[in-house]
Design a protein. Structure first.
Length: 101
């Protein structure tokens, strides 16, 4: 933002200045905010508290992701092994496919 060609906007700058000077009084809304928030959250039905259940299931989902990752790596190695075996059995096909790339 240290651009020397920066020109302030003559229309927006006075509006921004007026907005900075007009600060609303938020002290009433700030009073006991945490207490009111916790009371409102406690009134919510159990079905709305899915976040707590999701955190409890996190280790299970992590294990699933790790297993799927290992399976993907194994499938990738098997695919590379099959490609190498096919190249050994039919070297002409390798030349054909390498010319297409």
């Amino acid at each position: 933002m240290n651009d020397s060609s920066f020109q302030p906007d003559p229309v927006l700058d006075p509006l921004f200045e007026r907005a900075r000077q007009n600060r609303p009084d938020t002290s009433r809304a700030e009073y006991a905010f945490e207490t009111r928030l916790l009371a409102r959250l406690a009134q919510r039905p159990e079905s709305a508290r899915i976040g707590s259940r999701a955190w409890r299931l996190l280790p299970f989902f992590t294990a699933i992701v790790l297993v799927l990752g290992v399976c993907q790596v194994e499938a990738s190695h098997a695919s590379q092994d099959a490609e190498q075996a096919a190249a050994l059995k039919n070297p002409d096909a390798v030349d054909l496919f390498s010319s297409l790339e």
